[in-house]
Design a protein around this ligand. Structure first.
Ligand code: CP
Ligand code: NVA
Length: 304
């Protein structure tokens, strides 16, 4: 049987997401009640990082521990990956010694090649093109605060980056609409959006993108791997800040989300990210709960 991976959001059906989200609620409740739950006893997660991380490492490592298993951290700097060992060889070796793998890397084709040579499930912990675990946590967070996201409008203000492409894939699966505003020259790459998907609208003015939105979200102007473009981006993105003026165009009870880390005064104003509509700390915490449900599902299949 083909191995189930989570390499981009579109890898799961709505039915699978609904199952994983339900399990995340159960697993979160157990965690909050200090109830031990060890379905992954004796199982090992290997985490491969080719880029920096705080939340992703922490949530996967703590999550695996809390599920009764172990997590091993590898990074490019001190593993053979940094000395040019082919990704196909690394996948063969790593996947013979563990039950599941999470990778944070650069191009999506790297994780695709890795997964094609892995004997165990592979999870995308962020690539240049996708960040599906974060968007899963964000949808879980939206649901906790406001109920179902189907039929709602999400406003994306900023770069056409990995977070946006995962939001667009999620919109197709969950049936919500995305209003997108990116500066000229930083537009959506149509090759990264399913041609059949019409559930988004592009706005020149970021403020118009926020009009009527139930959720306003953004991310850094310069993602990891694009640092040499930082000076040009600082100029081009001027005006693409989520500030109170833009939040006032959204629904009165609109939420604000940001995957973090954030730059106050660039993509988001301090009074928005630190204000009452912001749920950024819940988003960060929920990485832990949804990824525990994801690990359980990918290693054990459906248990309930
Ligand atoms: N949001 C997120 O993935 O954070 P890290 O880069 O700290 O893992
Ligand atoms: N778009 C950002 C997300 C960081 C969690 C990046 O790729 O750097």
């Amino acid at each position: 049987m083909a191995i189930k991976h989570f390499l981009q959001f579109s890898d799961f059906t709505l039915d699978e997401f609904e199952y994983v989200i339900e399990r995340a609620h159960v697993i979160k409740r157990k965690f909050k009640n200090y109830e031990p739950y060890h379905p992954l006893e004796d199982r090992t997660l290997v985490m491969v990082f080719e880029k920096n991380s705080t939340r992703t490492r922490l949530s996967f490592e703590a999550g695996m521990h809390q599920l009764g298993g172990a997590a091993i951290y590898l990074n490019t700097r001190d593993s053979q990956l940094g000395r040019g060992e082919p990704v196909e060889d690394a996948a063969q070796v790593i996947s013979r010694m563990c039950d599941i793998i999470m990778i944070r890397t650069f191009g999506q084709e790297i994780i695709d090649r890795f997964a094609a040579h892995s004997r165990v499930p592979v999870i995308n912990g962020l690539t240049n093109e996708h960040h599906p675990c974060q968007v899963l946590a964000d949808i879980f967070t939206y649901t906790e605060h406001r109920g179902a996201i189907a039929g709602k409008t999400v406003a994306w203000v900023g770069d056409a980056n990995n977070m946006l492409y995962s939001w667009l894939q999620a919109a197709q699966v969950f049936g919500f609409h995305v209003n997108v505003s990116t500066p000229k020259g930083y537009d959506i790459d149509p090759a990264l959006v399913a041609p059949s998907f019409g559930g988004y609208t592009v706005f020149d003015d970021p403020s118009d993108a926020c009009a009527g939105a139930h959720l306003v979200t953004t991310d850094v102007w310069t993602s990891m791997g694009f640092e040499e473009e930082n000076a040009a981006r600082l100029k081009a993105f001027n005006g693409w800040i989520v500030d109170m003026e833009k939040m006032r165009r959204a629904q009165p009870d609109a939420l604000f989300m940001h995957c973090l880390p954030a730059h106050r005064g660039e993509e988001v104003a301090a009074d928005v990210i630190d204000g009452p509509q912001s749920v950024v700390w819940d988003e960060a915490e929920n990485r832990l709960h949804v990824q525990k449900a994801l690990l359980e599902y990918l290693v054990l299949g459906r248990v309930a």
